[in-house]
Design a protein around this ligand. Structure first.
Ligand SMILES: CC(C)(COP(=O)(O)OP(=O)(O)OC[C@H]1O[C@@H](n2cnc3c(N)ncnc32)[C@H](O)[C@@H]1OP(=O)(O)O)[C@@H](O)C(=O)NCCC(=O)NCCS
Length: 214
């Protein structure tokens, strides 16, 4: 049953082979809930209405929203309504990020404004569980979504805007291969002052030329 569950879903790189060699990892994979994209440390799964309470906590936390371009307040009703409709728009893909070790939801990641003519999409991510920052989850989730954008959705370009002082975010995107394309001066207002935002993107040809894969 576990093996069937794993085989039915997309497993990138050699993570499945590694999992089979390491029984502990394989046990975690057995307990994964609806895995859609699977990495070494995290897997990405569809979000459910039941996930709403965690997002309400996270997206009202100023430590988390400080570096996000979208702001609250957000209540449970709003979040449940959002999650109920989240998979009705083919121009948007939002997935939960789950820590494989604990099987707990730590955040979400998205491809939005998917443009099927020009073949690009806007990337987004939030690790809402602050104690999970800096563990490599953001980088891996970015890599999994970027791979999905190019190799499954057949997109050509994935782009994002990030506030210039979000050094952790910029570092994670650069690790995956995103390049800085420009600076949007004083684009973002927060806590009494303006901040620049950095426009970043990765092209399919750049992704394909990179040696590192999830
Ligand atoms: C930004 C975010 C997605 C990054 O995810 P993460 O899991 O915390 O980051 P990772 O552990 O994968 O990688 C962080 C990288 O930045 C580095 N880093 C961490 N803190 C840093 C800092 N203050 N300055 C510079 N680099 C830093 C880490 O060392 C790591 O690089 P390395 O792999 O070369 O060592 C996450 O912190 C988050 O959700 N923050 C709040 C919301 C947000 O900012 N979302 C993005 C909006 S564009």
């Amino acid at each position: 049953m576990c093996a069937r569950t794993v085989n039915q879903h997309v497993v990138y790189g050699d993570s499945l082979a590694k999992s089979r060699q390491e029984h502990k990892v394989y046990d975690w994979e057995c307990s994964m809930k609806n895995p859609f994209l699977i990495g070494e440390k995290v897997y990405l799964r569809p979000l459910e209405r039941e996930d709403a309470p965690l997002f309400v906590i996270w997206l009202n936390d100023s430590d988390v929203t400080r570096t996000l371009l979208v702001k609250g307040p957000l209540n449970r009703h709003m979040e449940e309504a959002f999650l109920d409709d989240v998979y009705t728009d083919e121009h948007r893909l939002i997935l939960g990020i789950v820590d494989k070790l604990t099987n707990s939801l730590v955040g979400s990641t998205s491809l939005e404004q998917v443009d099927f003519k020009h073949r690009h999409a806007k990337f987004g991510i939030v690790i809402g569980a602050k104690n999970e920052w800096g563990k490599g989850y953001g980088t891996e989730a970015t890599r999994l979504m970027t791979q999905h954008a190019f190799m499954t959705l057949n997109l050509n370009r994935v782009w994002l805007h990030v506030i210039a002082d979000n050094r952790r975010g910029i570092r994670a995107y650069e690790r995956v291969g995103f390049k800085r394309e420009g600076l949007l001066r004083q684009e973002h207002f927060r806590e009494g002052r303006y901040y620049d935002t950095v426009a970043m993107a990765i092209l399919r040809e750049e992704w394909e030329s990179k040696k590192i894969r999830p």
